[in-house]
Ligand binder design. Structure first.
Ligand SMILES: Cc1cc2nc3c(=O)[nH]c(=O)nc-3n(C[C@H](O)[C@H](O)[C@H](O)COP(=O)(O)OP(=O)(O)OC[C@H]3O[C@@H](n4cnc5c(N)ncnc54)[C@H](O)[C@@H]3O)c2cc1C
Length: 464
């Protein structure tokens, strides 16, 4: 139960209409797309930087937990208020502050959706490269806090490569400005990149200076089917080694292909063990040459067929293959445990081979697809949530999946982050000296540990 003088001060800081305390009203702010839930004791909606500042300072004074929240579309439980306290929703801070066309910069409040940013940029012939599939619903604040991205990352990078600076409030209620307004700058430590991906554990972001990129004139999509994962993985390495970097290089494994064929009735080659969706963008005058270059790199002994879309309808038809996958997965199993591991591109075939062995050992169906150009593979363990034995096997299988990824010099998450879901595995990837530095950084930014407590960094044994 929160102290009543805290609630009064909160109403004063945010405005009474921007504070919820009734548990029924607070309930929807206690979950995210991980399907975990914990009830916040109050919810406040920030309307500008000063309000965020006052609220964080208030929570600091009372040493109360504060969880920043965008739209709650995250998949790893990072917005779930495990320790109660306050959920600070940024969804009403959604202004595009300004677009500076001459410098290719956009300044936004954190509650603007990714799609609103894309639409405001497109008016001037630009886009912001991070493109999570959830763009219509997720906020820039969430994108930054998770370093979220999508297919375009292979060519244009993630929020870390596309954000110039931030305004934020640390856990002790101190305003900081990080980064620069220019496309070069090397003064001081790079706090912008530190805050990006920190899952609301170091500071609440109140403004972001985004780096925009000119929209390409045109795009062309190719679909390549391979006999097996080895030839597809070899093609990925070859495609990434020639000068035309695709703006999407997506992968679908053999089991996924079979599902698409069976459930969506899309004709795909019977012998296909892997498929790549390759998109190139650029100028009209250069696009045919770019496609030729990709075709040449994609061709190897395992290539069964390659199709290039010639118009919008053909492009839509080719993407339909990829889009058919999620409904097909839902038909097979009511629940999927969706991981987003990353391995070096050259080791993707070993990863998929290892996953096949684990699927057999634990009698779990595993379907893999994802952003092959980055080696970022969505590993989906299909399970029946009403079968406790199967769930247990899946948990043990997942443990081994993470070991496999780390053995291949990979990382546990490419875009979904750690939150609570992967927190207990972090120490397998990050050794003690670096973890200790991270804990020290957390204490500097957030001396009372009020910001998103219990997330991202594994607890010290004594705390657990
Ligand atoms: C259908 C669907 C598709 C998705 N596709 C993708 C995808 O393609 N790629 C991808 O990377 N992710 C994807 N996601 C995951 C999710 O959409 C992204 O992680 C997104 O960036 C989260 O944004 P959000 O506004 O919902 O943030 P939330 O879930 O509300 O918060 C996420 C994290 O950000 C922190 N946070 C939010 N705002 C701030 C702030 N202003 N300051 C500090 N911390 C803050 C929170 O505390 C939390 O730690 C998908 C999710 C769904 C449901």
């Amino acid at each position: 139960m929160l102290p009543s003088d805290f609630i009064n001060a909160l109403r004063q800081a945010a405005g009474a209409a921007n504070v919820l305390t009734d548990p029924a009203d607070c309930w929807p702010y206690g979950y995210d797309n991980s399907r975990r839930h914990a009830l916040p004791e109050a919810v406040a909606f920030a309307t500008d930087h000063e309000v965020v500042h006052d609220i964080v300072a208030l929570c600091y004074r009372y040493a109360l937990p504060l969880v920043a929240r965008g739209r709650g579309t995250g998949t790893t439980g990072a917005t779930v208020p495990l320790q109660g306290g306050l959920v600070l929703s940024l969804e009403r801070m959604d202004k595009i502050v300004h677009v500076d066309v001459d410098n290719r910069v956009m300044v936004v409040q954190p509650g603007a959706t990714n799609q609103a940013v894309q639409e405001a940029a497109a008016v001037h012939g630009f886009f912001w490269p991070p493109d999570p599939t959830s763009a219509a619903f997720c906020t820039v604040g969430g994108n930054l806090a998770y370093n979220s991205a999508g297919p375009r990352a292979v060519k244009y990078g993630t929020p870390r490569e596309n954000t110039l600076g931030l305004r934020a409030v640390t856990g002790s209620g101190v305003e900081i400005r990080t980064g620069v307004y220019t496309t070069k700058g090397v003064v001081g430590y790079d706090l912008t990149r530190l805050l990006i991906g920190s899952e609301g554990t170091l500071a609440v972001i109140t403004e972001a200076t985004l780096k925009l990129t000119p929209l390409p004139e045109t795009k062309r999509l190719l679909q390549a089917a391979y006999r097996d994962i080895h030839s597809a993985a070899q093609a990925v390495s070859r495609i990434m080694a020639q000068p035309v970097t695709p703006c999407a290089l997506e992968f679908i494994d053999g089991r996924a292909i079979a599902m698409i064929r069976d459930y969506a009735r899309i004709p795909l080659p019977e012998q296909a063990g892997a498929m790549l969706m390759i998109e190139v963008d650029g100028q009209h005058v250069a696009i045919d040459a770019a496609v030729d270059s990709i075709r040449a790199a994609a061709a190897n002994q395992g290539l069964l067929e390659i199709k290039a879309a010639g118009n919008d309808a053909e492009t839509a038809a080719l993407w339909a293959t990829r889009k058919a996958l999620s409904p097909a997965l839902r038909t097979i199993a009511p629940k999927k445990i969706n991981e987003d591991v990353v391995v070096p591109v050259s080791r993707m075939a070993e990863l998929i081979g290892g996953l096949d062995e684990l699927a057999q050992e634990f009698a779990i169906i595993i379907v893999n697809f994802g952003h092959a150009g980055n080696g970022n593979i969505h590993v989906n363990l299909l399970v029946n949530p009403d079968d406790p034995a199967e769930l247990q096997r899946a948990e043990r299988c997942l443990d081994r999946v993470f070991d496999l990824v780390l053995k291949l010099n990979g990382t546990l998450s490419g875009e979904h982050g750690v939150g609570i879901e992967k927190r207990d595995f972090v120490a397998r990837e990050i050794a003690t000296p670096a973890l200790e530095l991270m804990r020290g950084i957390k204490t500097l930014f957030d001396p009372k540990g009020i910001l998103n407590p219990g997330k991202m960094l594994p607890p010290l044994i004594a705390d657990s």
